[in-house]
Each structure stands twice: as C-alpha cells, then as structure tokens.
Design a protein around this ligand. Sequence first.
Ligand code: 6PG
Length: 471
Amino acid sequence: MDTYSYGMVGLGVMGRNLLYNIAENGFSIVGFDLDIQKINDLQGGATAEMTVAGTDSLEEFVAKLETPRKIILMVPAGKPVDAVLENIKPLLSKGDIVIDAGNSYFKDTNRRVADLAVLGLHFMGMGVSGGEKGARFGPSIMPGGDLEAFHSVRPMLEAISAKVNGEACTAYMGQDAAGHYVKMVHNGIEYAVMQLISEAYDLLRKGADLNNDQLHEIFKDWNNGELNSFLIEITRDIFQQKDPVTGGFLVDQILDKAGSKGTGKWTSEEALENGVAIPTIDAAVASRTLSSYKSERVQASQLYSKSAIARAENTELFIQEVRDALFLATLISYTQGLSLLVKASEEYQFHIPLKDVVKIWRGGCIIRSSLLEKFYEVYSEDSNLSNILLSQDIAEIVNSKISSLRKTIVFSTSNGISTLAFQTALAYFDAYTTESLPINLIQAQRDYFGAHTYQRKDQDGFFHTSWNTNN
Ligand code: 6PG
C-alpha cells in the first residue's frame, strides 16, 4: 500500500486548500473526511504533479501514513477537535504528531497537549491565518508546542507559508499553546484594525460626503503609502463591488450587524485576566456587540435625533487627517496586542519571540501590513521592549501623527459620529504617556471607604488614614 508523509483531517475549504498547498510543495498527503463528496472534490481539484489521496475511513487514513505519523487537523474549534482526538487516539503510536491548525481556544490546546503527552503523542497548536487563498498559496503559520515535533514538520511549514523578502512567514511561537495564543491575539488586532477602518469609512462618507467610487480611490491611494496592508487593500476593492440584485454597490446593501466567532472576545478576556490594557481591541469587540442591537438603535435614533453633520471645511486636509489618524490608531492597536503577548509569555512560560511574531505577520495573514516591517526593525534592535511605544523610532512616527488623531476625534465627537476605536486608541496613548495620572484620588477614595491603604510618593510602605468624615 502507498504511504504518505502527511495526513489532513477535515476537507472543508481551509483543509482542502492547505492540503493542496502541501502537495504542491512536494509532500505526499492523504485527506480524511466523513463526507464522500468532499473526498471526490479533493481528487477532482488535484493536479497531476500532486501525490494526494482521500478516504472516509479513519483506520485506512492512519494506516496510509508513514511513521511517526504527522497529522494536521483542520476542523471547527471546540467539540469537533475533541471528537476527532477521541476517535484517532487509539489508532496512533508513540511519537506520532498531531497538529491542530484551527482557531482553537488556547486553554483547550494546553489541555490536549497534556492529555496526548500521557500517551507519548506530540500535540501542537498551530495558528493559520490568511483565509482560503492564504491556505492555498501561502498563509502565515504560527506553530507552538513540542519543539521536537516542530522540527520534524518545519521544512514543510517553511515550504508552504507565505514569503517576505525570501523569508518564510512561519516560526516557532513558543511552548504549549503559544501558537494558538499568538493567533488569538492576531485576531484581536484584526478586530481592532477592521473597526478602525470602518470608523474611517464612516467619517469620510458622513463628514465629506464621499461616494463609493471616491472611497475606492482614497483607499487605493492609502494602500500605496504607509497604510499599505491587506485590510486596506480589500477595503479598496469592496467599494467597487456591484450588487447583482439592485445594480448598486453591494456594500450599501449589507446590513450593519457584525458576526463573530469569539477570538476577539477571548483576547479581551485574556487581557482582563492578565492585567493588560487593550482598550481598542475591547472597543472593537464592544462595537460588534453594539452593532447587533439593530432594532434598538433604530428606535433610539428616532428618540435622540442628532443635528446635521457639519461637512469638513477642507476635504483634502480632512482625508489626510483621517488617513494619519487611522495609521496611528492602527499602530496603537498592534501595540496593545503585542503588550498582551509580552505579559502572557511571562505568565504562561510560553517564551514567545516577539521579533519572530512580527516577522511572520508581515506576509500571508489578515493583519499583514508595511507597518510590521518597521516593528520587525525595532524588535531586531531590542527584542525585550515591553511596549513598542517605548521605542525612539516609533515615538518619532507617533509624534508626527498625533495631532491628526486628535483632530479626527474632535470632528467625530462634535458631529455625533461614533468612533469608539479611535477614541480608545487616543485615550490609551494619553494615559500610557502621562507621568502623573489622577489615580492618587482613587487610592484616597479606596482608603476612605474601605481602609484599602495607599502608597506615598515620599516613603516606602502602605499607609492608612482616618479620613475626616464630615457627613
Ligand atoms: C485569519 C482569520 C480567520 C477568520 C476569523 C474570523 O487569520 O485567517 O482571522 O481565522 O476569518 O477568525 O473571525 P470572526 O468570525 O470572529 O470575525
């Protein structure tokens, strides 16, 4: 019987495309799915150069693999992953490697690493970003977990991943669930940047009366400059897409109610859990939630009618300010996500290499952007930065754009245009760069009503005062 170097469990859109990518790079691979139709589709789409096979029998699938076996799971996160593991575990042998390439919750991954280690099996959590096209032609791949297992799949991962300046967009992200953790934070940043882009769109259409053709041109221009990124690029194209039903623009027919699969929420929960401030990511999660209150928003908009939006006085200048505000707020969103990685890396002993994180995010993934090239330079000089805002180079960029962010927010708030993400980015920046915050007063209040004590500026230790109670 023919044997294969890799196995893929789950032949949905992502699994099938990743399998073709692996096969195209010269690795033989067998796919498993219970759905016969998917197996037929797999064979139909393979080229003559690819060595691929498909089966709906798990026993046959396992038997077809070279040992130690290397199996990739591309099934929905949660129960389906556990179900596959339960069924496949009895068929595997010591030393086999199972790689979960879905968007699994990192705590589930930690549990599975431990469960499979008992049986002598290597389990790796691996974030894969880039959607369907990325999976097929070069995603950003974030593997973590067992180092020995990583080394045996490394040549394949490097072959199939996206390349930037000849460098593969994959690297070892650290121990245990580090790969899934990094992918979770990637998605948190993805939420923030998408929210910022949508707020910029709202400002431009409402504040400068720009239509979709004009917005297309603006995003095209932005994508040719320092805002160059995948998300700006697809936004540029979205403004051109026509709706076959109405003949108008499709974007205008899409209901303003966002869906989500949970990775943004997990990022916010994790930040709260670890005492890290990521308010722009939180705002992006909250904005999706607010968007879901569609009928209440319609009702409230009638109760609280707003005065007409004052059109920006100088359209050219306004567009430039929104562009710079978007660039800066995007930078601050990455900053927040990266600061969570720093803390989590310590907390969970993941040993996440930040320099490699920004390096492999430069290509293939949803948040790829030219800005990451700058971050890569910064971390190459100092890989221990706790917050990228502490870099002199980054400070120069921020200082040159901060007034645009302020002006954009003034415009939005005075005109009643909601910019939750922009505002939290600025507020985060202002708090982070303020030597003296008013939190002395909070400490006084805590001590006043609860004897919680406070620290002094001039002496070490904790103090309590019997406050003057005049009431
Ligand atoms: C990626 C994406 C991908 C997925 C998001 C969507 O990196 O390729 O992040 O994983 O499209 O998870 O997430 P929501 O449905 O929560 O927006």
